[in-house]
Every structure is written in C-alpha cells, then in structure tokens.
Design a protein around this ligand. Structure first.
Ligand code: ADP
Length: 447
C-alpha cells in the first residue's frame, strides 16, 4: 500500500480523499492555490504545497507544478478527484513517466472510454444499449442526412471530445442538420482541438440514469447499481438518488451488467460511471463514460456500504476487488442535494464572499460532505458548490422526509444557496412520484 499520496484537487473532494487516506494509514499532501490559502480542508492534510495563483489555469490545471510538488513531497501516488485534471489522459501519462501512480485508469483506458466515438465502438461489443445514430464520426454530410431520415427527427449532433454540454446541437429537420454539422464541427475544433462529431437520436423526454462501476488491474469489474440524476439545470445535476426509482429489476440488471462488461473490456482500473438516458418505456441509451469518481458517489456508498474512494486507492495500489458481483446488495434509499452558493432568484448567479453563518444538519442517516465553515471566504475562482447533503433511509418516501427535514435545519447566511430550491423540489408531486425527467426542473423554475 502507498505510504503518502498527493491530492490534486480542492474543497469537499480533497477533504473526502484525506478522510479515506487517513483511515487507511496513508499520509496526504494537498496542493492549493493562493486563493485557497485559508481552505479549512488544508488543516487536515499532513502537508500542503502552494502551486500558484487563484485561477485554475495557473494552479490546479498546471501539470508541471503538481508534478514538482509530488516530487518535492516524495509521494507514491496522486489522486485527481473529479474535475480539473481527473480526465486528462496526458496527466495520467506524465504521472506514469515520473513513476508516480495515478489513482485512476491507465491513459490508454481513459483515452478509449473518454472519447465518445471509441467508447461507443467498445460499447457495441459489450452489448451496452446505444442511441440509434451514425456509426462513428460523420465523414460525409449526405451520409448523416440519410441516417437522420432513417432514425427520424429530432436528432442531436455531438462532439466526440465533448464535455460540459458544449459542442451539441439539436436539429429538427434536414436544413437545420446541415448547418448543425458545420457549426458543431467548428465549435468542437476550437473548444477541444478535435472536430470529430457524431449523430444520435434526440430524446425529448428522458431520465438520466447512470451505473457506477469499479474495475481492477486483474481483469475484474463489478457494478454498484444505478443512480438517477434527472434533476438538472442546464445539464448540471442538482439532485441525485440511488437506486434509480421505479425501474424494472430485469432491465436494471441487464444494463448494469453490460456497463461492467464495457469497463472490463477496456482493461479499466478504477471508478467509472456509465451514463444513460432512459425513455418512458425504460429503454436505455448510453451517453458517455466518466473516467473518475463522481460528485454523487456518496449515494451509492450509502446504499451499498462500499467506500468508493478507498476502493480507488486500493485498486491503484494493485489490490484485486474484494467482492464478486453477487456480494453487492442494495440497502435502503439515498438522496443527495448539491448545496451551491448561487441565487436561484437571480438566474443562479454565484454568491462568493464570506459565509457568516454555517450550521449543517445532523442525526440518523444524515451525511454532510463539505469543506466550509462559518467565517470561510468563498473564492470566486471555482465552482459554487459548497457542500453536499446526503441522506439515507429504509425507503424512498422516508429518505425524502429526512432530506426535507435536514434542508430545514441547514442554516447558511448571508449567501444565497440552492437550499430553498431543493425544499421546493422535495415538496413537489413530481419528485415524490419519481416522475422527474431531465427538463422538469427548468420547467418548474419557469412555471
Ligand atoms: P457532456 O459530456 O457535454 O456532458 P453528454 O453526452 O453527457 O455530454 O450529454 C449532456 C446532456 O445533454 C445530457 O444529460 C442530456 O440532458 C443532453 N443530451 C445529450 N444527448 C442527448 C440525446 N441524444 N437526447 C436528449 N438529450 C441529450
């Protein structure tokens, strides 16, 4: 096992990794930017190294500085968390070249599953359900027009290297499709340096359901069931729950097994999430694979009892997975609300600045993963999530009631947060009936 690891991240996920490492008897070295000098999580690390000014491009995204810090601190491995460099295959490669273990997949496996077109090719072999659409990248416009006519409009043109909802265009007819292809190519080229685009059927009403998978370095992979992340705003997840409610057990089983098979075929070691859209008839269509631990991993931890962050460290150290698929069972229901310092009444404008009051809720089945405290100054440079409130209860209605109560208890001032919005969603008939599709929250905000 490693004796010291470096955490190339900040905030709640840095703290989450410190906690896991400390329980495992591993020392932690946390890098930080000048804007994070007073970050409360840094007090929990064994060592800290400043790597530059506030903007992420000058600190958390600087591979050279992170590697220098790792060399100086003499660590065995680097945990990238999520965001920043977590899905950067070049970073994983540099770590390997420097003989520092990257806690995540190999650059090759990350490349195969992280690129949407090569991922789809492998998914086809694993019988992971895919959207009807183009076979790989669009080469000829005429071919795409033919495919769209076959599968029917609307269709969506997406960038192979895409992320964060960029490089996507919906087309309702042939004329729009022709302009979309050219525009999406250009956008993808300038945003990602890779102009490859592909076409798939656009689903008007769908739920976002994803499968958590863990793979090891010995050819094993297991799934940890599913999560529903349909409560979104502008393709950003707001609420996640596990298991995904009201899904036929046979469907769940088949899709989850295909996701684990896909990860196994890619020789993938670490945590991966295979994301799907699900239509009203419970047909699944794969969106993409995220090659890292996700923000919403706690809901899966609570229903399976598996510590996903510890698992990523053990896997990187070469340990085989200690479970067979049949050992992994679902217990109860978990819900997570992302607490963002944003003003829902002013188009979710970020609310940086000093937190004067911060009192998190507690009690049975209530977990708060947060890096802040009263007096903390929220810097303007990073995303506005200041914590995650996660609850676990025997059933979904009990979990909703517990979340409702915990949200009421949560006291944050003067910064505006997403807490009132979460309360409204917990009270809505749609959420209670598990009838939330990916555009429902936006419609609720309009209405
Ligand atoms: P990104 O990597 O940019 O996040 P994804 O492929 O994960 O791109 O898609 C992001 C979001 O865009 C999805 O959660 C969904 O809301 C919407 N979307 C993507 N593809 C489709 C589709 N074929 N039909 C309907 N909505 C889609």
């Amino acid at each position: 096992m490693f004796s010291r690891i470096l955490i190339a991240n900040r905030g709640e996920i840095a703290l989450r990794i410190i906690r896991a490492a400390r329980e495992m008897g591993i020392e932690t070295v946390c890098v930080y930017s000048q804007a994070d000098r007073e970050g409360p999580w840094l007090e929990q690390a064994d060592q800290t190294v400043c790597i530059g000014p506030g903007p992420a491009t000058e600190s958390y995204l600087r591979i050279d500085r992170i590697i220098s810090a790792a060399e100086i601190a003499n660590v065995d491995a680097i945990h990238p968390g999520y965001g920043f460099l977590a899905e950067n295959a070049h970073f994983a490669e540099v770590c390997r070249d420097c003989h520092i273990e990257f806690i995540g997949p190999s650059p090759e496996a990350m490349g195969t599953l992280g690129d949407k077109i090569s991922c789809k090719r492998m998914a086809r072999a694993a019988k992971t359900p895919l959207f009807p659409g183009s076979d790989g990248a669009i080469e000829e416009e005429e071919e795409a027009v033919e495919t769209a006519a076959k599968i029917g409009y609307p269709v969506i043109v997406k960038a192979s290297a895409g992320g964060g909802g960029r490089g996507m265009r919906i087309a309702h007819n042939e004329g729009a499709l022709r302009t979309s292809i050219a525009a999406a190519r250009q956008e993808a080229e300038s945003a990602f340096g890779n102009g490859a685009v592909y076409l798939e059927k656009f689903l008007e009403r769908a739920r976002h359901v994803e499968i958590q998978v863990l793979g090891d370095k010995h050819g094993n992979a297991v799934h940890l069931f599913d999560r529903d992340c349909s409560s979104q705003r502008r393709h950003q997840k707001l609420i996640e729950e596990a298991p995904a409610p009201a899904i036929d057990p046979k469907k769940r089983d088949a899709v989850a097994r295909s996701a684990a098979d896909l990860v196994r075929r890619a020789d993938y070691a670490g945590a991966a999430t295979v994301e799907f859209l699900m239509d009203q008839d419970q047909n699944f269509y794969m969106l993409e694979v995220n090659t890292r631990v996700q923000v919403e991993h706690p809901v899966t931890e609570l229903i399976t009892g598996i510590d996903i962050v510890k698992a990523t460290i053990r896997i990187a150290a070469g340990e085989p997975l200690p479970w067979k698929q049949r050992d992994i069972k679902i217990s109860g229901h978990a819900i997570e609300c992302r607490i963002n310092a944003e003003d829902p009444d002013r188009n979710f404008a970020p609310q940086p600045g000093r937190l004067e009051r911060y009192t998190p809720p507690g009690g049975l089945g209530v977990r708060v993963d947060s890096h802040v405290r009263a007096g903390y100054m929220i810097p303007p440079h990073y995303d506005s999530m200041i914590g995650k409130l996660i609850v676990h209860a025997p059933t979904r209605p009990e979990a909703i009631a517990r979340m409702r109560s915990a949200l009421t208890e949560f006291d944050i001032a003067p910064n505006r947060t997403t807490i009132p919005l979460h309360r409204r969603i917990m009270d809505s008939a749609e959420f209670k009936a598990a009838n939330v599709e990916i555009h429902a929250i936006e419609q609720m905000l309009k209405g």
